[in-house]
Design a protein around this ligand. Sequence first.
Ligand code: ADE
Length: 418
Amino acid sequence: MKYDAKDLALAPQGKDRIEWAESTMPVLRMIRKRFEEEKPLDGVRIASCLHVTTETANLMRTLKAGGAEVCLCASNPLSTQDDVVASLVEDYGISVFAVRGADNDLYYSHINASLDIKPHITMDDGADLVSTLHKKRRDLLEHVIGGCEETTTGVIRLKSMEEHGVLEYPMVAVNDAMTKHFFDNRYGTGQSTIDGVLRATNVLLAGSRVVIFGYGWCGRGVAMRARGMGANVIVCEIEPVKALEAVMDGFTVMDAHEAVKIGDIFLTLTGNISVIRMEHFNAMKDGAIVANAGHFNVEIDIPELEKVATGKKRIRHELDQYTMPDGRKINLLGEGRLINLAAAEGHPASVMDMSFANQSLASEYIVKNAKILEKKVYSVPDEMDREIARLKLESIGCTIDTLTEKQVKYLSSWEEGT
Ligand code: ADE
């Protein structure tokens, strides 16, 4: 078995933490049990590029239980949990290529190492593995029957590939399942982003002005949780309907040029590039805190900041303080990488339970439907999505009502009115 790990001696700690996560992943546990019996992924090679966390470890165990040969690499250089890598290799016999803090070359060499298994299925978070496969490893395309994508940014990239006619195999947009983005993007990102900011700074949110860039599912979640901790939340959004929604959700909405003058903490969750740039840094208050929770580290224009700043000092774990020419200090968290994974541990297991149930079932779906799927981006089938919600409800002991026959008839009729 091949791997690249920082230190295999970390395995015992990793195993304890993987099992701790497993305890709040009941849906994935049920799927794993069925996979052990039915082996729906027998002989299937899966190259996965995901954040290497305790939750991902449980997904890898599930795929392996289904009979797959899996190889995991990191989807972000700063999200890898080295003890999890060690345990996956030592305790679960799974190939992993991931080292926290990897530079760009190492990051891509790990993606290539994962692709070396000649995957039938790719499982990506952000589409770096898919893009490497399409750009540099085209000889491997003949083996691939399909892929699953975990995140909004990745799905946007895949849809762009489909539109440009360059997508070479079918994809399932796991992100777009209701049981993924309603929960993971909103409650997962909502909580873990605040967690990351607090671990990196230990500032008091109550009474502070928190500026959220982007009011998608992730931005909504963070805005909601920041307000819950007593922050005055300001939303900056370019899409009018979303901006209006933020207004009616009770947030202050204004353009970035106004917001940067009064904010204390700035968080980007847009999926776009250079959202916070020099014109914004120039207007920020002394001591402003800036972090990103979007997939890539391009939302904050760090190269510009590096160019203009007269000094840079690491003040705390994951907090770099830049000195501006006029003496103001700007505090950048997590090197502009996903703060919830760079400074905290990502989303809690109980929400990743549903995201990774989707990944597991999407892999099974690809195997079963390989012959009929085209080179397109597919949604997760509705029944699968609802089944995951049903299992999650069951696991928390929550029962819900079913329609009576009379109600079913009423809903499918058009004759009855006032
Ligand atoms: N993305 C966000 N949180 C995560 C987690 N805990 N594990 C894997 N991917 C994630």
